[in-house]
Write a protein that binds this ligand. Structure first.
Ligand SMILES: [Zn+2]
Ligand SMILES: [Zn+2]
Ligand SMILES: [Zn+2]
Length: 457
């Protein structure tokens, strides 16, 4: 056991210590959900490689980086007086959607050094899953009818009893996690499942095709039944649903991005990009100058919106950068046969085509040099991720195909060095969880979770 303040090892012979023998700071507190009703204490200590803490009731916490006090997920700033409203953090690196964060950047800050070697730590069998995410120290996966949750304990994923849900469709469309809930979206409803007590809440019904979340809001895009697109907004705290009519046809809506505002990209000639204010429900035409585009991907980074699109006139792919007001701030044509996907690095945007890896510099917003050659053939589906550590090292996690197999590579975009991670016979699901890389792979023997760690080697 380590002290959360001075990180020194605590003597094992003291049971339930209140204060650190080295620095004198508190080692436990009353669970923030139980304040005033119970005096049961939660330990703030952790094992060296276990960064998630939970009380015996399974409550989910945020913590103050200054005083280490635990808070409820609803809290935003620290309530300790001397901390002066310090913003709270979550335990572990958040990976709340199949593609990482909600901002669309597909870039994940890695809490350890990326210059270490990636090693296979553990393989375990799992049921057939369609989605894999990680948040609050919990690995969360979806089968067609069940939500699976697990914590990393004693060198493997320890699963809770699965939560069954009534999914009327053949599969789950999407799984995202926010505000302590897993949101399971099918064609006819969204089922919120609380992650502390693993209880399913009443479903929000609608003909959904996309969902996202940000702050305390959940957003689902649906067909209103007459072919018109409607945006369902739900406040995760008060459970108040707000339907917003988008005044475009549902089958013309391509993609949605949720930040402080919600951006919806459509193929409607008059409303190519819509900006929705989640508080007022106001819908505005945004980036209205840009017509005749089909927007396939949106991302929000460094106060800019990036959009990957296809121009119907010239029949070419392009990358466009917008200011928050919706004005064009950068533009670049892309090579043909580009995968409809990109990741945002710290200085560059990366894209893949048949010719290899393309780098668009952020400052000049121009394509740099020749594309970097990549091993194997192109995997046309999106799914590239970027990891970066505190020293500025970047690694791209990319899928390639060779001999009818899917190869997962780590690529150093500076030197071009490619390190094979794993090979699967079907398209793998990839998730970053508590300093591990988890790959859900399907093979002739069924599905398995392969957990990798970065280590000296
Ligand atoms: Zn201490
Ligand atoms: Zn508790
Ligand atoms: Zn504090």
């Amino acid at each position: 056991m380590l002290c959360p303040h001075c990180h020194k090892s605590l003597p094992l012979d003291i049971t339930d210590p209140r204060f650190c023998v080295w620095c004198g700071k508190p080692l436990s507190q009353i669970c923030p959900y139980d304040e005033g009703t119970s005096d049961r204490r939660v330990s703030l200590c952790s094992d060296s490689n276990q960064s998630s803490i939970t009380c015996t009731d399974g409550h989910l916490f945020k913590f103050c980086p200054k005083c280490k006090r635990l808070h409820t997920l609803e809290d935003i700033t620290c309530r300790t007086e001397k901390c002066a409203h310090e913003p709270l953090l979550e335990f572990g690196v958040s990976f709340p959607t199949n593609y990482g964060l909600f901002d669309g950047t597909r870039a994940i800050c890695w809490p350890y050094s990326l210059t270490q070697t990636l090693l296979l730590k553990q393989t375990q069998d799992i049921a057939a899953i369609s989605h894999l995410v990680f948040r609050y120290g919990i690995l969360i996966a979806c089968t067609a009818k069940q939500l699976l949750t697990a914590r990393w304990l004693d060198g493997k994923w320890k699963f809770n009893d699965p939560v069954s849900f009534n999914n009327s469709g053949p599969s789950v469309r999407s799984l995202i996690v926010n505000e302590g809930y897993a949101f399971v979206l099918s064609d006819t409803e969204c089922i919120p499942i609380r992650l502390d007590n693993l209880k399913a809440y009443p479903a929000v019904t609608g003909r959904f095709f996309q969902q996202s979340s940000g702050g305390r809001q959940w957003a689902g895009l649906a067909d209103d039944g007459t072919g018109q697109a409607v945006l369902h907004l739900n406040d995760c705290c008060t459970w108040q649903l707000k339907p917003i009519d988008l005044t475009v046809k549902a089958n013309l809506v391509d993609t949605m991005l949720m930040g402080e505002r919600i951006l919806v990209a459509t193929r409607d000639e008059h409303n190519p990009l819509l900006m929705v204010d989640p508080d007022s429900g106001e819908v505005k035409n945004w980036g209205a100058e840009e017509k005749d585009y089909r927007w396939n991907r949106l991302a929000m980074t460094r106060n800019r919106v990036l959009a990957l699109g296809y121009n119907n006139d010239s029949r070419r792919n392009m990358l466009m950068r917008f200011t928050p007001a919706g004005d064009r701030d950068g533009f670049h044509w892309l090579p043909d046969h580009c995968v409809q996907d990109f990741v945002c690095g710290q200085k560059s945007v990366y894209l893949i085509s048949e010719d290899g890896l393309h780098v668009v510099s952020w400052t000049q917003f121009s394509l740099q040099n020749e594309p970097m050659h990549l091993l194997g053939g192109q995997d046309p589906r999106p799914g590239m991720l970027l990891l970066y550590d505190s020293k500025g090292t970047e690694r791209l996690l990319i899928r390639r195909t060779a001999n009818k197999k899917h190869h997962l590579y780590l690529l150093n975009p500076d030197g071009g060095h490619q390190i094979p991670v794993t090979v699967t016979s079907h398209l793998p699901l990839v998730c970053l969880a508590n300093g591990t890389l988890v790959v859900a792979a399907q093979d002739i023997n069924g599905w398995s979770l392969r957990t990798f760690i970065f280590a000296e080697g």
